[in-house]
Design a protein around this ligand. Structure first.
Ligand SMILES: Nc1nc2c(c(=O)[nH]1)N[C@H]1C(S)=C(S)[C@@H](COP(=O)(O)OP(=O)(O)OC[C@H]3O[C@@H](n4cnc5c(=O)[nH]c(N)nc54)[C@H](O)[C@@H]3O)O[C@H]1N2
Ligand SMILES: Nc1nc2c(c(=O)[nH]1)N[C@H]1C(S)=C(S)[C@@H](COP(=O)(O)OP(=O)(O)OC[C@H]3O[C@@H](n4cnc5c(=O)[nH]c(N)nc54)[C@H](O)[C@@H]3O)O[C@H]1N2
Ligand SMILES: [Mo]
Length: 752
């Protein structure tokens, strides 16, 4: 039998139950859920041990999200329900052994759902899938490294090799990974942030000279207004709710801007505050604007119009710090309210109300996530945010600034230490000086460019430091076709996922230690969403004796390829040595080994926050003028956004419920406005087929169930990774090339 695994999860009968969306997030149910998941997966001892050490000064960093911990204190349980799911599933007692895989072929494994694959447990041994074979078999580490080294040595061009990174890798692992790729001679370092906050990085670098946020956690207590745009913190950053509640307690206001009124933005019961748990909890959003999908640029220009008409700008700040204000003012003046109202779908009165609050605000924070970054005009949308913040002078003072809320727990750190397909010359120069390696200068592939190159047969070896690119990427079937053209695919992983089944001709799985586990080489370090670098030390016994740490795996590949230097790969399995090297290569990491040992870690320099100062070509911050997008949809077409349910971590599915949205036992659902349902004659639970449109290209995906939901008309919402098959590979954001996972043109047909 030829290998013919399925790239999409199987469609299984789902007994969809539709309930009411919840009005309150967290509370006692959240606490109970954290414990029950832990007990089911990891047992009582490992659950308590992981719960008592997560996010402590001397413990490990929660692998859930990148939301920061308080700088100066920690409570005894510093985590949330969904963080608990993340570490409990890593600390699970279940194991996938070579014996299990002797029984199950790759084709059979691919008929399991993503949840079933993950629940098989932790991978115990290195595994090899030979060319033509249907089964993974055990292999020893040395032979695995030999296979990798000979595949890379055979490549005619260094750019035939590609090194992917998912944002859970520590600073130490990521720095070594980037260095190894560059020693091989390529900047082909695509990473998960290409699908995530790349648009934020591009937009912010252009306007304020740093691709990161400019606030600290303590700013949330001092802000008088916080906008939360295109983000679902109750599910994806639950600990952020504590910070929003603190803003409210101090008299500030919170505005939510989202096509969906997400539960956590309504009320929140702090799981560690007894009065919250038994009482009604705290109201979070004072105002919710149900913007249409993709309508944010218009909405933000509406706010700007209001602000400018009130003359509420910080002229002193603007003249000292910025360029381009007058042009921007003229541009905003020329935008018509009609366009703003049509595109945003929000009334002028409501836009002006929030615009007035922004104008009056002395300390404004704007938070955003995937609802803004995964659109064709994402870079422009985010620059509308910096325009507003600059006009009001919201940089360089506490309680104000830009806050792109990062996803993976160390995605920001990975970028800082060099996971970048177009690193700066300065970074390459200092790495060259300190490592003795000639650094390649040619720009490398991002994830989309990697798939396009692989489709053309230009990639020979693909290696992934974590993640699940096959399911995380757009256009699933095209991605599978691309991957199948590669000679060798290598995944450094903790758990099984679809990227282990959709492989090159040969494939390796290299199992590694997780965050929660003891690393004989000591602690590693990570950077949170607010630029704070701190340590992470696991304490659980490793899932198997055969696991290696990620840095050790990378060093041993390095050693095989380059036994004669110039970098001595023998010494970098010791994290202290790697940190010393990083401290010499990257500004801001001076005395890394000493400073990271101080309680809570240290902040990296941040010009707009600390000065303000601006690392742009002109030395000033820039206003940007962007026209509103021109859009016309054919009659009967909808716009689909793909989001996370409450029971998943990206492509890892923990359960079948989306409790806050009141959707149970099903993931193949499409949320739809009741009036639109009536127009197409669909009832609740009705099965439909979805077709996406990109120019002449059509992609059809069958059997989705309709859920009536409070969503703007013309808009739809489904879960990824199932819906990723519908996102065309070429549909990407201008300037950042991020797949447009929140803007997919769809037509619907009812199934009989
Ligand atoms: N438990 C859990 N935690 C996670 C993750 C997880 O999967 N599970 N993933 C992690 C990662 S990698 C990331 S990047 C973050 C993601 O965190 P989020 O960005 O919160 O994740 P999404 O589920 O994609 O939610 C996008 C939100 O944007 C809204 N939205 C969609 N389109 C638009 C639009 O056009 N305009 C506006 N204003 N809103 C829009 C959606 O309704 C939804 O509320 O979470 C991180 N944390
Ligand atoms: N349609 C659509 N697609 C999207 C998105 C969307 O909103 N809509 N969001 C995008 C975003 S924001 C992101 S960040 C990407 C995520 O893309 P990825 O980061 O590639 O995907 P994950 O699902 O987070 O990866 C999960 C796998 O990582 C491995 N893993 C877990 N812990 C560790 C560890 O400690 N070490 C190692 N080596 N491996 C580990 C496990 O094998 C697990 O199966 O998906 C993107 N795709
Ligand atoms: Mo992400």
């Amino acid at each position: 039998m030829p290998r013919n695994p399925s790239a999409q999860p199987p469609i299984k009968e789902e007994r969809l139950r539709i309930g009411k969306p919840k009005n309150t997030a967290a509370g006692i149910v959240g606490v109970q859920k954290s414990f029950s998941i832990g007990l089911q997966e990891a047992g009582i001892k490992r659950t308590l041990q992981s719960m008592l050490t997560v996010n402590r000064f001397d413990g490990y960093d929660c692998p859930g999200c990148a939301w920061p911990d308080p700088d100066d204190h920690r409570s005894s349980f510093e985590f949330c329900e969904n963080g608990a799911k993340a570490f409990a599933t890593e600390a699970t007692r279940k194991r996938v052994t070579p014996d299990d895989l002797r029984e199950l072929s790759v084709n059979e494994l691919s008929k399991l759902t993503d949840m079933e694959l993950d629940k098989m447990g932790r991978i115990t041994n290195p595994l090899f899938l030979r060319d033509g074979s249907e089964h993974y078999e055990e292999i020893d580490w040395e032979s695995a490294f030999q296979i990798i080294a000979s595949s890379i040595s055979k490549s005619e061009n260094p750019d035939d090799n590609v090194f992917y990174t998912s944002g859970r890798a520590s600073n130490e692992a990521a720095f070594l990974w980037g260095t190894l790729a560059r020693q091989i001679g390529t900047n082909n370092l695509p990473d998960c942030s290409n699908m995530c906050h790349e648009s934020s990085g591009v937009a912010l670098s252009g306007s304020i000279g740093i691709g990161k946020g400019t606030v600290k956690l303590s700013c949330f207590e001092e802000a008088d207004l916080i906008l939360v745009i295109g983000q679902n913190p109750g599910t994806n950053h639950p600990r952020m709710l504590t910070a929003l509640a603190a803003c409210k307690e101090n008299g500030g206001s919170v505005v939510s801007i989202n096509p969906l009124e997400e539960t956590a933005m309504k009320r929140f019961k702090h799981p560690q505050k007894p009065l919250h748990i038994i009482g009604r909890g705290a109201q979070i959003a004072d105002e919710h604007l149900p913007v249409r999908i993709g309508g944010d640029a218009a909405l933000l220009q509406g706010f700007a119009k209001t602000m400018l008409s009130l003359g509420a700008i910080d002229s002193d700040f603007i003249s000292k710090n910025t360029l381009g204000f007058e042009e921007w003012e003229r541009h905003i003046d020329s935008v018509s309210w009609d366009d703003i109202l049509i595109q945003s779908g929000v009334s002028r009165k409501r836009i002006e109300n929030v615009g007035t609050a922004i104008a009056k605000s002395e300390r404004l924070i704007v938070c955003w996530a995937m609802g803004l970054t995964q659109h064709e005009n994402s870079v422009a949308i985010i620059q509308e945010i910096t325009n507003l913040l600059l006009a009001g002078g919201h940089f360089g003072k506490p309680g104000a600034g830009a806050c792109p809320v990062r996803g993976h727990s160390n995605v920001q750190g990975d970028r800082t230490v060099g996971i970048n397909h177009h690193p700066s010359e300065g970074f390459l120069d200092s790495c060259e000086k300190e490592t003795g390696i000639n650094m390649p200068r040619k720009r490398g592939y991002d994830v989309v460019e990697f798939i396009q190159a692989a489709l053309q047969g230009k990639v020979r070896t693909f290696m992934a430091l974590g993640g699940n690119l096959v399911s995380a990427m757009s256009d699933t079937e095209r991605v599978a076709e691309a991957i199948s053209k590669i000679d060798l695919t290598v995944q450094i992983s903790t758990k099984l996922n679809r990227s282990h089944l959709i492989t090159g001709k040969e494939a390796l799985i290299l199992p590694c230690l997780g965050r929660t586990e003891k690393d004989p080489a000591g602690f590693v370090t990570v950077e949170n969403s607010m630029g704070l670098v701190h340590s992470s030390r696991g304490s659980l016994e490793p899932a198997s004796k055969s696991l290696l740490s990620e840095p050790e795996i990378i060093c041993r590949i390095g050693k095989k390829l380059y036994p004669d230097g110039p970098l001595d790969w023998n010494i970098y399995h010791d994290h202290e040595n790697t940190r010393y090297l990083i401290s010499r290569c990257i500004p801001g990491f001076e005395d890394y080994n000493t400073r990271v040992r101080s309680k809570g870690g240290f902040y990296l320099p941040n010009g707009p926050r600390d000065g303000p100062s601006w690392n742009t070509s002109s030395g000033k911050a820039h206003f940007f003028c962007h026209d509103l997008p021109e859009r016309s949809l054919e009659d009967g077409r909808f716009i689909l956004m793909t989001v996370r349910s409450h029971d998943q971590y990206n492509t890892t599915i923990y359960g079948m419920d989306d409790r806050y949205r009141g959707i149970y036992n099903a993931r193949r659902v499409v949320m739809m406005n009741k009036d639109d349902m009536r127009d197409i004659g669909a009832s609740a639970g009705q099965e439909v087929d979805l077709t996406s449109h990109w120019g002449e290209r059509k992609i059809c995906s069958e059997r989705w169930k309709v859920v009536p939901y409070d969503i703007p008309r013309g808009n739809l919402c489904s879960y990824f990774p199932e819906a990723n098959v519908l996102v065309p590979l070429e549909s990407t954001a201008e300037g950042s090339n991020t797949p447009t996972s929140k803007w997919i043109e769809i037509s619907i047909s009812l199934r009989s």
